[in-house]
Design a protein around this ligand. Structure first.
Ligand code: VGL
Ligand code: ZN
Length: 199
């Protein structure tokens, strides 16, 4: 039997209600993620983890408003409010998340000049982040995804996983999106086209 690993994406204080980059209805994913974490023997959590002054922060681009876009060497970048700054309360996992003692954690977006939505490759599309190595350690062939945000980190992680040959299921009830200019519907279209399963 191929090993299936649950990957819980970025359920962090800053992405939940009252956080710096709150995803609408984000708390709704917590009971669903807790249920999944009880059901799966192997769990990996990802954590958005940026240095102060990160390139994805609007505050690092004087004159550019939040949620605008700029061109970077790694491609188009949405400029976000400062969020998930390493070692701050906003970067912590949501306190209601019931994290298994043996879960692994993959941090992403740690490089000051490159953002990373995917937990496989940074947005330059070449620098590995660490999820593939963690899955290889567990001999995983299949992954199940839940978390935030459907149209950014869940989407890019799911697409990279398909490209790397993993069987991928996204649990819709355990995900919520940011939905900038139709990005949520577009995300589901792209995942569908890439052979990502919904559940
Ligand atoms: C995310 C925007 C910026 C995410 C992370 O986890 O989807 N979105 N940083
Ligand atoms: Zn981020």
């Amino acid at each position: 039997m191929p090993t299936t690993v649950l990957v819980v994406i970025d359920i962090q204080t800053d992405f939940c209600g009252g956080g710096a980059l709150a995803v609408p209805d984000a708390e709704a994913v917590i009971p669903a993620a807790n249920r999944l974490m009880r059901d799966f023997r192997r769990v990996i959590l990802t954590q958005d983890w940026h240095p102060l002054g990160h390139v994805s922060f609007a505050s690092s681009h004087p004159g550019q408003p939040e949620f605008s876009r700029v061109s970077l060497p790694s491609g188009q970048q949405v400029l976000w409010p400062d969020h998930c700054v390493a070692d701050t309360p906003g970067a912590s996992f949501h306190p209601d998340l019931e994290i298994p003692a043996d879960a692994a954690v993959v941090r992403k977006g740690v490089h000051p000049r490159i953002d990373s939505y995917s937990a496989f490759f940074e947005n330059d599309r070449t620098t590995p982040v660490g999820l593939d190595a963690a899955l290889q350690d567990l001999a995983a062939a299949e992954i199940v995804l839940a978390g935030l945000a459907t149209d950014y980190c869940v989407l890019q992680t799911a697409l990279d996983a398909r490209q790397l040959g993993y069987d991928v299921t996204v649990v819709e009830a355990a995900c919520r999106g940011i939905d900038l200019e139709g990005s949520l519907a577009e995300a589901w279209r792209r995942m569908d086209a890439a052979g990502v399963r919904g559940a």
